[in-house]
Design a protein around this ligand. Structure first.
Ligand code: ADP
Ligand code: F6P
Length: 516
């Protein structure tokens, strides 16, 4: 064995965000907060105590590159890996982050094309910042390291690394959906983005549909991409030959550290908090929503469905509390600021209309909760309510089930979340655009017999336990390193299509009170 192959392979994770956010307080001190989003939740579990490196932005704006005082603080927040921060200045924040990433790729990939602003200066800055991330990787990578780039903010990092003559294996995982050709084709830089993706050794997607969409785009847009049709099967890693490069493409539904969540939820401390939550709402049912502030999450649709539920079923008045947590996100972008106002207006309107002196139907919290608080809310809530209009996976769905230790809870899940392809049999699926149908689903969830609830929740939890974030990591690594093309271990239950044919529920749809 030569010296090179004897070296232990380390992993270098590259993502826009680090798992924490630094802020300078008014008295000049540095404060550390929790980073938002599914990516950091999953990757923090993966990298913990693995001795790898995480390259990312600590959420802090810095106009010059010279401020070394942050480094020890940044490093102290990481457990068992080292951190290489990439600092952004306000121009980059506006054009790369708020611009190309979140006013082009985010809305485009989530099918909100009306929110896309295809400005050339955004593209220019995206290229520059991707190069900046690549340079940090270049300066820290050993020959044997596996480089793993994450998400839509950093699509060009792989091609930038190749330009720097980096020959390491490089993987890319897209945490958000990949759009169909009709949508993707609107992007003026579609060709550049796709050909940059073909510089990776392995491309990972959340669902079979995302992989199909990507291959569909390649076929129409990239002339010299040769797709091996024999391997273009849903449960197998496919291969594409592009010039002299062979790229693997697979489906890897991301997950959570099930065991950690489960044990924390079982813990006595969580039990005590559960009692506190319940004390303020004796004999009432709790419906829980936990989302980042984002127009893709369908929060107004959820509130409207809840309003409809209260209109249809007055017998539930004073017996239901809807707790909706919203973690602040991307607040400089007007679509997000407007959404915040819309949510606040709806909450005010519904509480004003239905509330009484002793009952506030909706409790809305706009902040990041600490882990313990969140876990006890997951454990105690009767229903988790997820109504994304489009979502790569949605880890909240998995977190809720992992924490539901008594297995009596119900998961209401949008069929437009990636998680629906794993959970379509045991969650109550909703089309969030269908307000009436979603209101009926809330009713159904509240009236599901205990035995059926336990059966469904047991299945959901087993599924997540078997396919946790470490299973996801192993599947990705197998696909990157196995010589033969691996079959993806998605399992038979995985639904390889967007929609599940559902007959209307007889007892619900046809027995609506005539007056409503
Ligand atoms: P996304 O990546 O689009 O934000 P996910 O559902 O995959 O969506 O991940 C969201 C993550 O953020 C989850 O780990 C969830 O627990 C966390 N989260 C969401 N809302 C809050 C909140 N108010 N406080 C703390 N954490 C939150
Ligand atoms: O999981 C999707 C994701 O977009 C991540 O890439 C991102 O880190 C997260 O949601 C939160 O968004 P932001 O980093 O813009 O606050």
């Amino acid at each position: 064995m030569d010296k090179k192959s004897q070296k232990k392979r380390h992993i270098i994770i590259v993502s826009n965000r680090l798992p924490f956010i630094l802020k300078k307080t008014s008295d000049g001190n540095i404060e550390i907060g929790k980073g938002a989003g599914g990516l950091v939740t999953a990757m923090a579990a993966v990298l913990k105590n693995r001795n790898g490196i995480w390259v990312g932005w600590p959420g802090y704006i810095q106009e010059t590159d010279s401020d070394g005082s942050m480094l020890p603080v940044i490093q102290s927040a990481a457990s068992g890996y080292s951190v290489k921060p990439v600092m952004l200045n306000s121009y980059e924040l506006q054009n790369y982050y708020e611009g190309f990433s979140n006013s082009i790729l985010w809305p485009l990939f989530h099918d909100f094309t009306d929110k896309c602003m295809f400005l050339p200066e955004y593209w220019k800055s995206y290229k520059e910042v991707n190069k900046k991330f690549a340079l940090t990787v270049y300066q820290n990578a050993e020959d044997s390291d596996f480089l793993w780039v994450h998400d839509y903010q950093l699509i060009l990092v792989g091609s930038q690394l190749r330009k720097m003559h980096i020959e390491n294996k490089i993987g890319f995982f897209l945490h958000i959906p990949f759009p169909p050709i009709d949508t993707f084709a609107r992007c003026p830089w579609r060709c550049e983005l796709l050909s940059a993706m073909l510089e990776y050794d392995l491309l990972g997607f959340q669902t079979i549909q995302d992989k199909r969409n990507f291959i569909g785009c390649l076929k129409k847009i990239i002339q010299h991409a040769e797709i091996d049709e024999r391997n273009e099967r849903d449960q197998t890693v496919s291969e594409v030959q592009f010039v002299d490069k062979l790229v693997r493409i697979g489906v890897f539904p991301i997950s959570i550290d099930y065991k950690e969540m489960f044990f924390k939820a079982k813990d006595n401390k969580a039990g005590k908090r559960v009692e506190e939550v319940r004390k303020n709402r004796p004999d009432s049912k709790i419906l829980l929503g936990v989302d980042r502030l984002d127009y893709t999450k369908g929060i107004p649709e959820k509130l409207k469905a809840f309003r409809r539920f209260l209109i249809l079923f007055p017998k539930f008045h004073k017996k239901v509390h809807f707790i909706q947590l919203v973690v602040p996100s991307r607040n400089e972008i007007s679509a997000y600021a407007n959404l915040k106002l819309e949510i606040e207006q709806l909450v005010g309107e519904i509480n004003g209309r239905f509330g009484t002196s002793g009952w506030l139907p909706i409790q809305h919290m706009f902040r990041t909760l600490d882990n313990d608080e969140l876990i006890s809310l997951f454990r105690t809530s009767d229903i988790a309510f997820i109504a994304s209009l489009k979502d790569g996976m949605n880890l909240v769905a998995k977190e809720y089930c992992a924490c539901n230790v008594d297995e009596k809870g119900v998961l209401i899940l949008s069929e437009f979340a990636g998680a629906a392809q794993q959970f379509y049999k045991d969650a109550i699926l909703v089309n969030p655009h269908d307000i009436e149908g979603t209101a009926m689903a809330i009713y159904r969830a509240f009236t599901l017999p205990l035995e059926e609830r336990m059966q469904r929740m047991g299945n959901l939890r087993r599924n997540i336990k078997n396919k946790d974030v470490f299973w996801w990591l192993d599947s990705f690594f197998n696909a990157a390193f196995e010589k033969d093309l691996p079959t993806l271990p998605l399992g038979d239950e995985y639904f390889p299509c967007n929609f599940v044919e559902r007959m209307p529920e007889k007892d619900s749809v046809f027995s609506l009170p005539a007056s409503v």
